[in-house]
Design a protein around this ligand. Structure first.
Ligand code: ACO
Length: 442
């Protein structure tokens, strides 16, 4: 073959043609190119022209929107926010700078960051009456249940930012959500342990303030440990956004109906809670505790491989990453820093996690299926070392992801091509039949 001859490939093709077998009906489907990554087939006219839908349970091969926020190359283990690699952001940036980047598309100037930080920090308190809503929950409620309820309840308190068609109101609700979600999260914890709520401190960074609200009590001073604050900052950055995952798609789908942003983010929190998604960090710790000892690992690995068992190695596998999860690498390093700072020399759970990772990474089953540790595999161990209870792990994820959700929601509202989300189905039920009176049923 001549090296210089143009080769038609998925990267250069501009359309695909499909033909309904056995008929003379065919259609040309245009391809929409991305700036990077695969093109997508624009099937919007497919039903109109050929009378068929596409079938894609789990949406693994379906693009539901156009987005400029986050790019993932799962085969190469690449994660970019607005083009910037996650490794560089985790190393050099602060959570609020990343929040600005996600929302506005560019890194802020110093003046822009100062103004953005001011706007977020001046929304950190919650309506005093909302504080009393906490008391409606049982003390032993899971904090994700409290989060879902409290964030949903924000729509009952902030009526002046519910008009989704007003850009200024959208901006205010974004500030309110980014600023108040850490307060609600920390208070969900305080409520569960029966301690007084700690009010936010606007002189602290986003990560410092969260640790302060979680840990401070009125009877003694509390000084935030800078290494732990940096770890928290990194955990927040690593979880800030992740393209069209289940909870983000939930936020977009809810938002496509015109629902208010507080209701949409509450829906996202509910979706995040599941163990296949954000609930995995909590599930990893439970799994490690259940395994209990390095000698039991082979038994659990075998169970994870058994097609008859529902057991999976929590913190392993990802719908998109089929090489490695770049966030897991950063998390592993952060984990070491935190354990060193806290002088934890012998953390049995970490030893167990390391051994499990080693065995799984060399096991044919996991290698063949490209199952690597994901971000949740290490985050649980760091958070446990920091003294954060297991039930709060997914809550922390929700705190960080709120900015991703709100950026994606805002992008969707501002996209003129967006319509209400409404998938179709392949109907496999009974065909039309007549109602049978009770006496005639067999
Ligand atoms: N342990 C054992 N086997 C697994 C695991 C696992 N953790 N994950 C996937 N597999 C197997 C499946 O059984 C399947 O095997 P098969 O081909 O023989 O049937 C194959 O790998 C493909 O798995 P799918 O379920 O088709 O992959 P999918 O993309 O739908 O699921 C998911 C991805 C949900 C993350 C899955 O890997 C999983 O359940 N992992 C554990 C939970 C977890 O860690 N979730 C966190 C995700 S990251 C996040 O949300 C931040």
């Amino acid at each position: 073959m001549n090296d210089t001859a143009p080769v038609a490939s998925a990267a250069t093709a501009q359309s695909i043609t499909i033909t309904l077998d056995g008929t003379n009906r065919s259609m040309t489907i245009p391809l929409i190119p991305g700036t990077i990554g695969p093109s997508v087939a624009d099937i919007r006219k497919l039903y109109g022209e050929l009378g068929i839908f596409t079938y894609d349970p789990g949406y693994g091969g379906t693009a539901a929107c156009e987005s400029k926020i986050t790019y993932i190359d799962g085969d190469e283990g690449i994660l970019l926010h607005r083009g910037y690699p996650i490794e560089q952001l985790a190393e050099h940036s602060s959570f609020l700078e990343v929040a600005y980047l996600l929302m506005h598309g560019e890194l802020p100037s110093q003046a822009e960051l100062t103004e953005f930080t001011y706007n977020v920090s001046h929304h950190t308190m919650i309506h005093e009456q909302l504080r009393r809503v906490f008391e409606g929950f049982r003390r032993d409620a899971h904090p994700m249940a409290v989060m879902t309820g409290m964030v949903g309840a924000m729509s009952a308190f902030y009526h002046d930012s519910l008009d989704i068609n007003d850009p200024r109101q959208r901006e205010i609700s974004a500030f309110r959500l980014i600023a108040k979600v850490p307060t609600i999260a920390a208070w969900a914890y305080k409520y569960s342990v029966g301690q007084p709520f700690t009010y936010p401190r606007n002189d602290l960074s986003y990560a410092e303030n969260f640790l302060y609200m979680m840990n401070a009590v009125p009877v003694e001073p509390y000084k935030v440990n800078p290494v732990l604050a940096q770890a928290m900052n990194r955990i927040f950055i690593l979880h800030a956004d992740h393209e069209q995952n289940a909870s983000t798609s939930t936020v977009r789908l809810s938002g496509s109906t015109g629902a208010n942003p507080f209701a949409c983010i509450a829906a996202g929190i509910a979706s995040l809670w599941g163990p296949a998604h954000g609930g995995a960090n909590e599930a990893v710790l439970k799994m490690l505790a259940e395994i209990g000892h390095v000698r039991n690992i082979p038994e659990y690995v075998e169970k994870a491989k058994d097609p008859k068992s529902n057991f999976r190695l929590m913190g392993f596998g990802h719908r998109v990453y089929k090489n490695y999860d770049p966030r897991a690498k950063i998390m592993q390093r952060t984990c070491r820093e935190v354990l060193d700072e806290l002088n934890i020399k012998d953390e049995p759970l970490l030893d167990l996690a390391m051994e499990l990772e080693k065995i799984a990474l060399h096991d044919d089953y996991f290698v063949k299926r490209k199952l690597y540790p994901n971000v949740d595999f290490y985050s649980g161990i760091i958070l446990k070392a920091m003294g954060i209870p297991t039930s709060m792990f997914t809550v922390l994820f929700a705190v960080a992801r709120t900015v991703g959700w709100i950026s994606q929601w805002k992008e969707m509202i501002e996209d003129p091509s967006q319509r209400i989300g409404r998938p179709r189905q392949v109907y496999k039920g009974a065909t039309q039949r007549d109602y049978v009176p009770m006496a005639g049923r067999g």
